[in-house]
Structures are given as structure tokens and as C-alpha cells.
Design a binder for this molecule. Structure first.
Ligand code: MF3
Ligand code: CO
Length: 268
């Protein structure tokens, strides 16, 4: 069942989205060679709590047989697609780092991700991967309008990614967002325009393309969380939470006046 949010739930989503956006800017600015990824987790948790919110990812289990996710932010480097666990790994120049963050305030969740290079991209193809993934998210958001269908979003995302010669991950998808991080509907990054649930005012959706340079297939590491590309090719991830208003779609996790690069490039 796809929930339509009340006005006060909408207010909470706006607040949660703003907090996620603010903290993501701080995290991406902290990325530098030599930094241990657990430092990003410390910063994420402290900055979420300082804003009166709570981390959503910490302690999360998708199903009872899965270990609880141990951190407040997912840090997924290079061939790691999503759900990388921060730890003692140190960042190197040229690493492609996905930062995925969730926060809850007033009972409502914000969920967003941004990818950045540590210093500079290691190759033109890597730089193009980030640019194409950001542009695919912008296309997905543009397709997420009242009166459209969920399939429009995936068709728009893959319509940017596949002509560029990259592949869209299918084993993980976007989702509705609200009191819970994962609500109906699933929001695949592939699909057929005009298919799937009708998009209605009051829906909140997390749109999150995961794009690989190589094959779309992925595997999960022994830690039970970290998703990696099967062929070890580079992978990139951007995510925004959006709210469907009758007169347009509001990007909840975008800062109006962000001074930083990658967040804006996600927005086209
Ligand atoms: N944006 C991710 C998702 O929607 C974040 C989940 S990380 C988790 O799946 F650890 F909390 F699962
Ligand atoms: Co998400």
C-alpha cells in the first residue's frame, strides 16, 4: 500500500531532508586522502544528532537473518556499489566515494546519497560515470510527477545511463520513504514508461540510481552488507528523496543554497 502523507508528515519530511542534505555537504567536504572511512561515520552521527535528529541506518536490518547495519552512513568506495561499512579503510587519491545518509526527525525519514572523487577523478571514464549517474538521477526526478507512473522514473534513469555505455544495477532499487526508510512502492532504476503504480500528490519517493562502468551484476560481501560489482568495475550512486506536490515535485534532500559541487550536479 502506498501511503499519502499528511501536511504535518510533509513538514517532517522537509525537515529530515534538509538535515540529510546539510550533513551530506559536510561529509563530502571532509573526503580527503588518508582519511579513515570511520571518521566520516563519526562526523555523520555527531552532525545528525547535533541537529536534533537520529541516524536511521544504525541498527537497521532488512530481514532477521541479516546483521544489523553498524553505522550512520554508508561509505562505498570504487567497486563497492552501496551499503559499504565505514571502518579502518583509508581513502586514496582518485577513489570514487559514495556517501549515503539517513536521518529521522519528527518521526519522518530523509534518505540521500552523493558520490565524489577523493581529490580528482582517476580517468576520463570515471569522471563520465559520475556525470552520467548524476544526470540519470536528475532525469528520474524530472519524471517523478503527479499523474505519471513509477515506470517513468526507471525508464528515464536507464534512458540516460544505457546510451552512455554504462549499466544500471537491478538488484537494488529506490523506494517510498516516510515514517519508515523503506516503504512502498519500489522504485526501480529501469522499467517501462506508463507502467507501474500511478504517482499521486502526497507520495514521498527515494530515487537512487546505482550505475556500473561494466556489468550490472552485483555480489554481497561476507560482512552481509557491502554490495560490490561482480566484475569489480567502478560503480557510482546518487540519491534524493522527493515529495510529490500537486503543482510540482519538491527535492527534499537538496539545499537551496549549497556551495558545493556534487550535490548540485545531481540536480542538473
Ligand atoms: N539509501 C539506502 C537504502 O535505501 C540506505 C540503506 S543503508 C542501511 O537502502 F544500512 F540502512 F540499510
Ligand atoms: Co534509499
Amino acid at each position: 500500500m502506498i501511503e499519502l502523507k499528511s501536511p504535518s508528515e510533509r513538514d517532517g519530511l522537509i525537515e529530515a531532508g534538509r538535515i540529510v542534505a546539510e550533513v551530506l555537504v559536510l561529509l563530502q567536504e571532509a573526503v580527503r586522502p588518508g582519511l579513515a572511512t570511520r571518521e566520516l561515520d563519526r562526523l555523520a552521527e555527531a552532525e545528525i544528532r547535533r541537529r536534533g535528529a537520529e541516524p536511521v541506518f544504525k541498527g537497521y536490518q532488512a530481514h532477521p537473518s541479516q546483521p544489523a547495519y553498524p553505522a550512520s552512513v554508508c561509505v562505498s568506495v570504487n567497486d563497492e556499489v552501496v551499503h559499504g561499512i565505514p571502518g579502518s579503510r583509508r581513502l586514496n587519491p582518485g577513489d570514487l566515494v559514495s556517501l549515503d545518509l539517513g536521518a529521522r526527525i519528527q518521526g519522518m525519514v530523509g534518505d540521500a546519497a552523493v558520490s565524489v572523487f577523493c581529490e580528482a577523478p582517476p580517468s576520463d571514464t570515471a569522471a563520465r560515470l559520475l556525470e552520467v549517474t548524476a544526470r540519470s538521477l536528475a532525469a528520474g526526478i524530472a519524471a517523478a510527477v503527479a499523474g505519471g507512473h513509477i515506470g517513468d522514473i526507471g525508464a528515464a534513469v536507464s534512458g540516460v545511463v544505457e546510451p552512455a555505455g554504462f549499466s544500471v544495477v537491478r538488484d537494488f532499487v529506490g523506494h517510498g520513504v516516510g515514517r519508515a526508510m523503506h516503504e512502498d512502492p519500489q522504485v526501480p532504476n529501469y522499467g517501462v514508461a506508463g507502467r507501474g503504480p500511478l504517482i499521486k500528490p502526497g507520495m514521498a519517493l527515494a530515487i537512487e540510481p546505482m550505475v556500473n562502468i561494466g556489468d550490472r551484476r552485483v555480489a554481497v560481501r561476507d560482512d552481509g552488507w557491502t554490495v560490490v560489482t561482480a566484475d569489480q568495475s567502478l560503480s557510482c550512486h546518487f540519491e534524493h528523496s522527493v515529495f510529490i506536490d500537486p503543482d510540482g515535485t519538491r527535492v527534499l534532500t537538496r539545499l537551496a543554497e549549497s556551495g558545493s559541487n556534487a550535490v548540485q550536479s545531481a540536480n542538473g
